[in-house]
Design a protein around this ligand. Structure first.
Ligand code: KG4
Ligand code: ZN
Length: 360
């Protein structure tokens, strides 16, 4: 099965072609990402109108490039997938309408993919990974621990009560006068810093639920920065390192709670999987690598470029859904809000717990 996937939910415009074989194994044939960072940098964050316009301008060219690099023509596709939500409405309209046009003209099935589901299933593109597994999803808009039971079958075990982790990195960068996007800038700056200089709080640590909270940490960081002002380069590096360490400590504790909840409800997970932009952070990857996982649970960390937004994850989620015949009609509307537990399930839910779908 060969599927084209389009990603336009936020500030990355991306197109990719992936293949899913009859045994459910995946292969990336092309994966083209254009980051709009330069267009938004001056504003210190994503400007929805600028994002939508940039998607319109660049998407056609990216699709042509992805098809060329994959050595494919539209007629050889088995499906066309686009992220239909959650995300910024302008971008969603651009990606979904483009996918509909290609699907209509070439008489191919349309797959309207949930962006979070695409993050959730990426590990199965790169690894031969059976269900069920525990997902740690941490991006600019979402921070969740999810039981991934099968395609379309997700149970949220924990979420953030306020900011997403990526958002907290972005705001920290802004307070400290670092570049946008904040995550990579804070990580880079933290390399020269002392993670123990500032005693920042570790919200939620020790609680039996698997939720997150970032706002107290964010405020504590701002107050420390104000106390030290004017900030030297070393102050900024120490603040970044201390912030990153606090986040890492919280993630470690929250994942321990999430995995315990998972075992209580669904038994031993096959894997702990990390996804989303924050999962490309080396300090967080290191802590995940060092986590003691028991009972045969393995750690699966997709490559950093597959953790941040990309077209391959959309194409792959489309292929996984196509294998179940979960196609969408051409009147499908984009959904700016679309929780993971509201995606359509296969007719026989729970299939994923025992194995993979028969090929479509
Ligand atoms: O998954 P993603 O590419 O897009 C969303 O769906 O949001 O995640 C982007 C978020 C941003 O908030 C960005 O600052 C954060 O992920 N991020 C990082 C790193 N790279 C990206 N956060 C911490 N460390 C990083 N290296
Ligand atoms: Zn994302």
């Amino acid at each position: 099965m060969i599927v084209l996937g389009l990603e336009t939910t936020c500030d990355e415009t991306a197109a990719a072609v992936v293949e899913r074989d009859d045994d459910g194994r995946g292969r990336i044939l092309s994966n083209v990402v254009f980051s709009q960072i330069d267009e938004h940098a001056a504003f210190g964050g994503v400007v929805p109108e600028i994002a939508a316009r940039a998607h319109v301008e660049i998407l056609d060219g990216l699709i042509a490039q992805a098809m060329r690099e994959a050595g494919r023509s539209f007629t050889t596709l088995d499906g066309v997938a686009a992220a239909a939500g959650p995300g910024l409405i302008g971008g969603l309209i651009v990606g979904l309408t483009t996918a509909k046009a290609i699907a209509l003209v070439h008489e191919k099935p349309l797959l309207a993919v949930n962006h979070l589901e695409a993050h959730a299933l990426t590990a199965r593109l790169t690894n031969d990974l059976p269900f069920p597994y525990c997902l740690f999803l941490a991006s600019g808009g979402h921070t969740q621990i999810v039981a991934v039971l099968g395609v379309g079958d997700y149970v949220r075990l924990g979420t953030t009560l306020d900011d997403a982790i990526g958002e907290a990195f972005d705001k920290t960068a802004k307070v400290l006068g670092l570049d946008y996007p904040g995550g990579p800038a804070v990580e880079r700056t933290a390399r020269d810093g002392d993670p123990e200089r500032f005693a920042l709080p570790r919200p939620m640590v020790g609680r039996p639920d698997a939720n997150f909270s970032l706002s107290g940490l964010k405020t504590a960081l701002r107050l420390e920065a104000e106390k030290c002002a004017p900030l030297s380069d070393q102050d900024v590096a120490d603040l970044c390192a201390s912030f990153q360490q606090a986040v890492a400590d919280m993630v470690k504790d929250r994942l321990r709670a999430g995995l315990r909840l998972f075992r209580e409800k669904f038994g031993q997970p096959m894997a702990l999987v990390a996804a989303g932009g924050v999962a490309s952070n080396q300090a967080i990857r290191k802590l995940l690598n060092a986590s003691a996982l028991d009972g045969g649970t393995v750690l699966v960390l997709p490559r950093p470029e597959l953790c941040t937004d990309n077209g391959a994850m959309i194409a792959w989620a489309g292929a996984e859904r196509l294998a179940y015949g979960l196609t969408d009609t051409l009147d499908t509307a984009p959904k700016p809000r679309w929780p993971l537990d509201r995606v359509r399930k296969p007719a026989e839910p729970g299939l994923g717990l025992t194995g993979d779908p028969v090929s479509a």
